[in-house]
Structure formats: C-alpha cells, structure tokens
Design a protein around this ligand. Sequence first.
Ligand code: 13P
Ligand code: SF4
Length: 308
Amino acid sequence: MDLVKEINRLREEKNAVILAHYYQEGAIQDIADYVGDSLGLSQKAAETDADIIVFAGVHFMAETAKILNPTKTVVLPDLNAGCSLADSCPPEAFKEFTERHPDHVVITYVNCSAEIKALSDIVCTSSNALKIVNSIPKDTPIIFAPDKNLGRYIIKETGRDMLLWDGSCVVHEAFSMDKLIELHKKHPEYKIIAHPESEEHILNTATYIGSTSGMINYVKEHQEEKFIVATEAGILHKMQLEMPNTELIPAPAVEDNTCACSECHFMKMNTMQKLYDCLLNESPAIDVPEPLRSRALLPIERMLELSK
Ligand code: 13P
Ligand code: SF4
C-alpha cells in the first residue's frame, strides 16, 4: 500500500489535520500539515477547523489539543507514546507539594499530564518560559514543575527564586559531557546549541539555548556556521531540509543509550503505518473527562493569551 497516498486520501475525506513535532521521524514530518514546537503545535490545535486532529507527537501534546478542542476527535498514532518528564510528576505527590506552599504561583511546563495542568495557575513551553515567569509580579513566589533543568535555566536567566520539582527528560539527560568535549576538540569550529531541558553543564557549553523552533531559527540565521545540536536528533531532519548546506552533528549520548545520538523512544513509537491506522480507525482517541478538562484549560488559555 502507498501509505503517503492513502494518508492524503483519508485526510481529505475526513477533513483531518496532521500536526507533528520536530522529533517525529522524517516521513511523518514530511506529510504533516504543520510541524512545530510545543507552543506552535498548541496554537495550531487551538485554531484549527478540522474535524479530526492527528497528533504525531506524544501523549501530553495530544491531550493538550483535546483540552482545547473537546468536540473534535484527537488521535495519537501510538497511545504508549508518553514522556519521561510528564511521568516524573505524579498528580498526588504534586498536589501535596503545592498545598505545602499555598502562597506560590504554580507554573508548569507543558510536558505534564492534564491532572498536573489542572493544579497549575499557568502553563509554559520552552519558547515562552522566560516571558511567562517574567509576567508574574516580582514579589510573588513561584513553584516550577516538572523540569528541574529548564527550571534552573529560568532561574539563571530571570534571577527569580523558584521552587523546583525534581523531574527531567531522559533524552536531554543522556548527553555525554566527555564525548561532547572530545567531539568539540576534534571540531572546534562547530558551535554548540542546546535545548534548555539539557543539564546545566551541557547548557554552559552552548552558544545558543532555546526551544526546538528557536534552535531551527538560530541555525537559519547563521547558516554559514557549523553546529553540534544538543536536543532530540529528529530536529536535524527539518534543519537539513531548510539548510541543506549547513553542517550539523547531533550531540553524542552516553554509551548505554539506545542510540548513539539522543533519540526519544516515545516520539519514535509513532510510525507512518500507525498514523494511517489511527486516521482510518479514528482510534486511539484521546479523552479528557470533565471537570478535569475545564480545570486544565484555564492555565493553557492563560499561556496562549500571553504568547500572542
Ligand atoms: P519544544 O519543541 O517545545 O522545544 O519541546 C521539546 C520537547 O521535549 C517536546 O517534548
Ligand atoms: Fe518527553 Fe524528553 Fe521525549 Fe520530549 S524528548 S517527549 S521531554 S521524554
């Protein structure tokens, strides 16, 4: 079967839109109506008039799309496509944590479950985190969850004293500092760019730190330079597509990682076959019951409002 042809036929027939994250495999990015970072994807999900949203990303992303579109069908090619960062913040423990600090504003990174969003005052993504934190009055204490690495980076950049949840992303913690130093010694002309989910010692080596879209834009503006890219390796697909002559190397991961570069095995659970199947069967579909959905919606809407 010609999967590309069949996906295109079903998309047209069913008035579906395919949204994909930069960490998806190349073929999925190529067939998507829109490829973006977490903020761009939630903005697209909020404004689409399609009847079906096929979310080629991970569960929390599809869940965010469903929270924004309760009457639409939102499907995820593989329901097991989770996120280690979202998993590192269980709702019961987080609720207790927030109750111990009732005077704190709760800011959560979008990489978390609907239950965590429902316990939050405002959501952020890596591309608007500094702006969201800076929007909170200086004398108001802040809880930031679940990513401690992004949290530390925000503290450094804004000077805010935030209480951090102890969560992290397995992919962005798999970069090997030793191998990175070795690689950089071999290729000193390469600049390092990094995603803020990476650990502090990696971020300290970076010329540029930003979201996936931010990193792509930075490379676009400096096409004549060469880069070592410290984020999930799927991003290189888009970078090479748009900047075919720019030399890029994915940042190396520790030996025992599943891949020599850092790949998110959750993101890579989605395949073209599963994308076709979920469009055909309109399943697996994401469901977020009320009143959880309405509670989780508010902090997402606040973020979208501040990101216009
Ligand atoms: P952004 O694409 O928003 O930078 O997020 C990266 C990420 O880890 C998504 O899971
Ligand atoms: Fe989650 Fe990390 Fe994968 Fe992003 S790269 S989906 S944060 S595990």
